[in-house]
Design a protein around this ligand. Sequence first.
Ligand code: ADP
Length: 190
Amino acid sequence: MRIVLLGAPGSGKGTQAGLLKAELNIPHISTGDLLRAAVKAGTPLGLKAKAVMDAGQLVSDEIVLGMLEERLSQPDARAGFILDGYPRNLAQCEALQKLLDRLGQPVDVALQLVVPNELIVERLAGRAAAENRKDDTPETVRERLRVYAEQTAPVAGYYERQGRLSVLDGVGEMREVQQRILSALPRRAA
Ligand code: ADP
């Protein structure tokens, strides 16, 4: 099963991807995690990405695509994957489609987690306290939400036009949201 998880920062993509990974036994591929690992390792790519991430803006499509391509070519991704944080704009949608067509592994479903903005701001403030992420400061959160609305929100429409989008309520208990996701997966008894 090849799943794209969509939703604003703080909508619970990472949490849900972790639960789904255990349930479906496929890897959780987060471009945010891949980028943070590159920053931590101090690779040239990581050094380039750091300032952009700290400002709440998008790292260049080229850098992220290269990283993603490398990750998707690892053997565990052949069984399927849960993609989190990608695609984040329409150019990335096209790039992903091209890449997956080439691999013969098209996206099965795009799941969009919808959470009201007030709750998002609250959740991210909590995460800032708990995880000490540099991009969870109030100004950067505002910028990330702006970038989301401007560049990432149209991604849902891209999958909707392909008839592959499921829009889900992301508010509620973690397990409750997970049940909604499992029920929305194609070819699977709910
Ligand atoms: P969130 O979804 O909570 O904003 P992520 O961990 O997905 O957090 O991403 C953190 C940052 O990493 C983003 O603000 C952006 O700078 C960078 N990033 C992650 N994925 C992408 C992507 N697909 N394209 C460009 N930049 C990305």
